[in-house]
Design a protein around this ligand. Sequence first.
Ligand SMILES: NC(=O)C1=CN([C@@H]2O[C@H](COP(=O)(O)OP(=O)(O)OC[C@H]3O[C@@H](n4cnc5c(N)ncnc54)[C@H](OP(=O)(O)O)[C@@H]3O)[C@@H](O)[C@H]2O)C=CC1
Ligand SMILES: O=C(O)CCC[C@H](O)\C=C/C=C/C=C/C(=O)C/C=C\CCCCCO
Length: 332
Amino acid sequence: MVKAKKFVLRKHPEGLPKSTDFKLVEEELPPLKENEVLTEAVFLSVDPYMRAYMSTLSLDTTMIGSQVAKIIESRNPKYPVGKYIVGQFGWRTHTITDGASAAGSGPLIVLPDLGDLPLSLGLGVLGMPGNTAYFGFLEICLPKVGETVVVSGAAGAVGSHVGQIAKIKGCKVIGIAGTDEKGKWLTKELGFDHFINYKTQNVGEELKKVAPEGVHCYFDNVGGEISITVMNQMKMYGRVAVCGAISSYNEKETPKVTSPFRPIIFQQLKVEGLYVTRWNDRWMEGINQNLQWIKQGKLKYHETVTEGFQNIFNAFVDMMNGGNTGKAIVKV
Ligand SMILES: NC(=O)C1=CN([C@@H]2O[C@H](COP(=O)(O)OP(=O)(O)OC[C@H]3O[C@@H](n4cnc5c(N)ncnc54)[C@H](OP(=O)(O)O)[C@@H]3O)[C@@H](O)[C@H]2O)C=CC1
Ligand SMILES: O=C(O)CCC[C@H](O)\C=C/C=C/C=C/C(=O)C/C=C\CCCCCO
């Protein structure tokens, strides 16, 4: 009999989540039924959406999240033992699934052969964040060669990926993030043209200096005043991809911000929200293109790894506080 360990939500958090909002429990798993497989987590993802969803999750249910898991027992020929899958199984060590009804949304996929690349990329550049960057930027910002692109949350899983795709597409790229170390990584390693530290610099003034021509595309991961500031400097008919609003996830009420309607109307901006499951039917298109760019050396990835399933809460809060560069993951 396999005993799974899992974190359940004990309390809806107020502000930044606390470890006491969760409880680590064990669950005895039953024998497999026809078509079921037993999986064992090897890497787990921690993502900002988890905080956005927490207030709607039922108490005493397993905290949501995706993981790369190894199939360790199988009664389903589609998922043989030894294969690795990406599944929305939540914060748990072992899971029984029949594939068709995988927990959560998003496709349950068998990881393609990644050669020497780490399996954990299935949670980052070759998974949901990578497809968010690929589809969210290319399908909504519709970048053109020579255009100026601004990315907020630029040093994170999605933002650092968007900026690199923008460089691949021949754009000038300005990243906004919260530490100078992140800025150095963006400009020296990833080829961003400029960096603005929103914690220590005046975003509006710095943006005017590095983009006097104005901004064609804004890929927004953070929302709030940063975004209004960028939108005020956008060119006529600029495009805004609204991917996330992490600046508000820990707030009880949606924070009051300066109205964005003046730039939206006067600069006739196209502002479009996105949710990556929109492209579930093209999932492998994004993964394959991102994989090709990695192999060509055009797309670099970085992971901030926390060791130990028991430390997943720390990994989550550390990411929410800006402790990560690139994709934040937990290695079991
Ligand atoms: N719409 C969709 O389908 C999807 C949306 N998202 C969204 O994209 C965004 C980025 O996600 P992801 O790349 O996974 O996360 P990241 O890897 O970027 O990690 C979150 C980062 O957000 C930054 N941050 C935290 N608080 C604030 C704040 N108050 N103001 C500005 N920046 C802040 C921190 O970096 P720093 O040091 O710069 O502060 C932190 O490292 C999130 O908003 C997420 O919800 C992600 C996936 C899919
Ligand atoms: O179980 C689920 O359905 C979660 C799906 C996770 C899956 O991996 C696919 C997509 C993840 C999308 C992430 C979206 C975001 O991060 C943005 C989420 C919420 C925005 C809330 C804005 C609140 C403003 O105050």
